[in-house]
Design a protein around this ligand. Structure first.
Ligand code: OSB
Ligand code: MG
Length: 367
């Protein structure tokens, strides 16, 4: 699916999105059910070791075969049964999401309801604040024009992608443009080294909410050292792939704020466990994004309504990335907020005609 504009990060430029969807079909009590999950793996293994063709391969060859003989499979079974397969949280998460979607649809229940996310006091649907992730621009004037456009769209928080050479000056210019009251944060996607502490401390004067993933994903101790050196809170993204690892990163002082991406951590159920442990340890959390379609974004919007999500997430409108989404009711931003979906399932209905028009291949596995 083409993106409306190329999205540049410190690890590359994405101009389109090659998306792997999992559709589980079955029966519950003799009634046909169907559920969909979106795999967040990118085309290249540059954000994470996982990449979309690899995710498809492990899904077909190693993950689905372990699940086909399980009677009355539920989402809660998926992670446990797939645990002997090392890694591949993005591939596993897509399967779990599809099973959860089917299960909720069969029960006529929304994901928001499963999460215990109640309607607002006046009975209207819950709304969550919407932030936007802005790519790297060579030219600061172009960056400012893009940021101004998102401010005009109503986004309540701006996140700037940064890298060495596109950091201090870019942040200074954007802070100047948006003024002191609009929340601002940065995301380095592992572009810095342990020795960059003093450089990154120069960001302290811009009153940022956080610095996301400055160092490589394995470097938990390096993040802990940076957290001691830099006043702006250090937030982990790439480093957090499980609840156990998140608990360790927090204990080491490496994770002052957590970016929770359900796809990256193996699914929504693990994401809930990470949320719960962060609440226990007083670590603020927010919901990240992986340039999902309306399938992934809908469920993210519900997850982000949990009480520990005290910072705005990367849950921007569908139109931030896509001219044409594959769901019937794409995420919209109204007054800087997104409405938490309440339809049965994970929060979306597929537009099958649009899906068909962008489908490049389909593999069916029967048992
Ligand atoms: O690091 O948060 C990230 C997109 C793809 C891969 C990694 C990241 C991102 C984003 C986009 O920042 C957030 C979004 O989906 O809106
Ligand atoms: Mg990130």
């Amino acid at each position: 699916m083409p993106l409306v504009t190329p999205f540049r990060t410190s690890f590359g430029v994405e101009a389109d999105r090659d998306i792997l969807l999992v559709n589980v079909l079955g029966t519950v009590g003799g009634v046909a059910v169907s559920g969909w999950g979106e795999c967040v793996a990118l085309a290249d293994p540059t954000y994470s070791a996982e990449y979309v063709d690899g995710a498809q391969h492990v899904t077909e060859g190693h993950l689905l075969p372990r699940l086909t003989a399980v009677p009355e499979l539920t989402a809660a079974d998926v992670g446990r049964i797939l645990a002997p397969v090392h890694g591949h949280p993005m591939a596993k998460g897509a399967i779990e999401a599809a099973v959860l979607d089917a299960q909720l649809r069969a029960a006529g229940r929304s994901f928001a309801d499963l999460l215990g996310v109640a309607a607002a006091d006046d009975g209207s649907p819950r709304r969550i604040p919407s932030g936007v992730s802005v790519g790297i621009f060579d030219d600061v004037e172009d960056l400012l024009a893009a940021v101004q456009g998102y401010v005009d769209d109503g986004y309540v928080r701006i996140k700037l992608k940064i890298e060495p050479g596109a950091d201090i000056d870019h942040v200074a210019a954007v802070r100047d443009l948006i003024g002191p009251d609009t929340p601002l944060q940065v995301d380095a996607n592992t572009a810095y080294r342990r020795t960059d502490g003093q450089h990154l401390a120069r960001l302290d004067e811009f009153d940022l909410l956080l610095i996301e993933q400055p160092l490589p994903e394995e470097d938990i101790v390096g993040h802990a050292r940076l957290a001691a050196e830099v006043e702006t809170p250090i937030c982990l993204d790439e480093s957090l792939v499980s609840a156990a690892g998140t608990a360790d990163a927090i204990e080491l002082g490496a994770c002052e704020i957590a970016n929770i991406k359900p796809g990256r951590v193996g699914g929504y159920l693990e994401a809930i466990r990470i949320h719960d442990l962060c609440v226990q340890r007083d670590i603020p959390v927010w919901c990240g994004g992986m340039v999902e379609t309306g399938i992934g974004r809908a469920a993210n919007a519900a997850l982000a309504a949990l009480p520990g999500f005290t910072l705005p997430g990367d849950i921007s409108a569908s139109t931030r990335f896509y001219a044409q989404d594959i769901v019937t009711d794409p995420i919209q931003i109204i007054g800087g907020h997104v409405t938490v979906p309440t339809v049965a399932g994970m929060g979306f209905d597929i537009d099958l005609d649009v899906l068909d028009s962008v489908t490049t291949s389909t593999t069916t596995i029967s048992f």
